[in-house]
Design a protein around this ligand. Structure first.
Ligand code: NAD
Length: 462
């Protein structure tokens, strides 16, 4: 696969300071498909300097001009969507139709939404005898994971550019090719030199150098809670702003009045998409005791049908980790009704769609984020019991509620400690704020709430 052997800094591809590289592996066949430079503190410093130098001019551009550049970026993503989908499939392993629809499709929607928001947002408002200006926070250090490699980049870069911020991106080591392709798109879109910069590298090296850099005003991180906690502490010590999008263990609550077959079918598909590597996946399915056995049979059937359509996990480490969780579930007494820990193919990091029944709320598979194609069915006695189970983890990122009556589902959703809930299978909305309660994070992405993360206010009194 095509790869750049340098960093995109100040509008051009420049050689890395060191010689270390990262091998990019196709998880479907375990073959190395490319090498990219593993940047270090020196590269990060050069990128942050470029971002800082570009900040005054970009921050001063009219919102309409920023909107035009983001619209141009969206157009390049549209023009190159097939290449994007193929690149994501090659380095993440997602089946091509999923890469086309989601990994390439969603970032186009999100970039489009920020082209519109940049043009329409009220960057200035009158409050009594004051004028309040929403001004860019400054230089953004963006650190992203591999599971939605382009979406997570666009969900940070598009609002940051819309706000008038400049950016240094450190993408995940497993998916740097998608990030390089994005840098090409930014260049093609005519975003001024230095407004966006890319440094590929390892998390504890390049990522940490970026989070610690004194020239960065806001660290926006998406990834694991363990690393997020560390980044939050570093940012706190420097009195630097921070946004954290972390893990999840979301509940899919099926109330007795719901269409059970639909709720179970959509619920299983929600977990299996992207091979379960979705932070907001509804990995705990909560079913009333009277419908439990029927739900178990439906879930097992849905998982078996999913079968071969599932892609591999991203790398060998995740493969071992997910299989370890499945073994732990069995050891703790959960009942396997589909899939299991055995690798279904000789080559590639595949795990079969897996369904656990007889899961109790305190089991490891019901508490910890597995990040694989594993769904756990938990029984509840009544609504209060369901709510206690739904809210009974350290996370609060997403969830779902199904009921015969929308108002009944909404009433339940309002009592959930979580940032986003889909009612009876509600559709994805790129304008709706996304982010977590509790240990799922700090701050929101997408829409105007996501834009506000990159703004700070100044008030003038008259
Ligand atoms: P990770 O935390 O290991 O890595 C995420 C990013 O942080 C990568 O770019 C990595 O290189 C970097 N990083 C690692 N150590 C670092 C350090 N010490 N300092 C600075 N940067 C460092 O997570 P992952 O394995 O890449 O992604 C999976 C996790 O991300 C899951 O837990 C998942 O739930 C979470 N996630 C959350 C969201 C969300 O929006 N809430 C979205 C996607 C993924």
């Amino acid at each position: 696969m095509k790869a750049h052997d340098g960093m995109y800094i100040d509008g051009a591809w420049r050689p890395a300071a060191g010689r270390d590289t990262i091998a990019v592996v196709n998880p479907a066949d375990e073959q190395v498909i490319a090498e990219v430079p593993a940047g270090g503190a020196e590269d990060v410093d050069a990128a942050v300097r470029a971002a800082r130098a570009a900040l005054p001019a970009w921050a001063a551009t009219a919102p309409a001009e920023r909107a035009a550049r983001i619209a141009a970026l969206r157009d390049v993503l549209v023009a190159r969507k097939d290449e994007i989908a193929e690149t994501v499939t090659a380095e993440l392993g997602a089946p091509l139709p999923f890469s086309q629809a989601v990994h390439a499709g969603v970032p186009i929607l999100v970039a489009g939404s920020y082209a519109e928001l940049a043009a329409s947002y009220a960057f200035e408002e009158k409050v009594g005898n004051s004028t309040v200006y929403a001004e860019p926070v400054g230089v953004v250090g963006a650190i992203t994971p591999w599971n939605y490699p382009l979406h997570q980049i666009v969900a940070k870069v598009a609002p940051a550019l819309a706000a008038g911020c400049t950016i240094v991106l450190k993408p995940a080591e497993d998916t740097p090719l998608t990030a390089q392709l994005f840098a090409e798109a930014v260049h093609e879109a005519g975003v001024p030199a230095g407004a966006f910069n890319l440094v590929t590298g390892l998390g504890p090296v390049a990522g940490q150098a970026l989070a610690e850099h004194e020239g960065v005003d806001l660290v926006s991180f998406t990834g694991s809670t363990a690393v997020g906690r560390k980044i939050g502490a570093t940012a706190g010590a420097a009195v630097k702003r921070v946004a954290l999008e972390l893990g999840g263990k979301s509940a899919n609550v099926i109330l007795p009045s719901a269409d059970l077959a639909k709720a179970v079918g959509v619920g299983v598909a929600n977990v299996m998409g992207n091979s379960g590597q979705t932070c907001s996946a509804w990995t705990r399915m909560l079913v009333h005791t009277s419908q439990y056995d029927e739900a178990v049979a439906l879930a097992a059937e849905a998982a078996a049908k999913y079968g071969d359509r599932i892609g591999p996990l991203v790398n060998a480490k995740q493969h071992a980790r997910v299989r370890g969780y499945i073994e732990k579930g069995v050891a703790e007494g959960a009942r396997l009704v589909a899939g299991g820990p055995d690798a279904p193919r000789e080559q590639g990091y595949f795990v079969s769609p897996t369904v656990f029944a007889d899961v109790t709320p305190e089991m490891t598979v019901a508490q910890e984020e597995i990040f694989g194609p594993v769904v756990s069915l938990i029984r509840y006695e009544d609504e209060d019991d369901a709510l206690r189970i739904a809210n009974g983890t350290v996370y609060g990122l997403a969830g779902a509620v199904w009921a015969g009556d929308e108002a009944e589902a909404v009433a339940f959703a309002r009592r959930m400690d979580t940032g986003q809930v889909d009612i009876n299978g509600g559709r994805f909305n790129p304008l709706a704020p996304f982010g977590g309660y509790k240990q799922s994070g700090v701050g929101r992405e997408l829409g105007s709430h996501g834009l506000a993360e990159y703004l700070q206010t100044k008030s003038l009194q008259f």
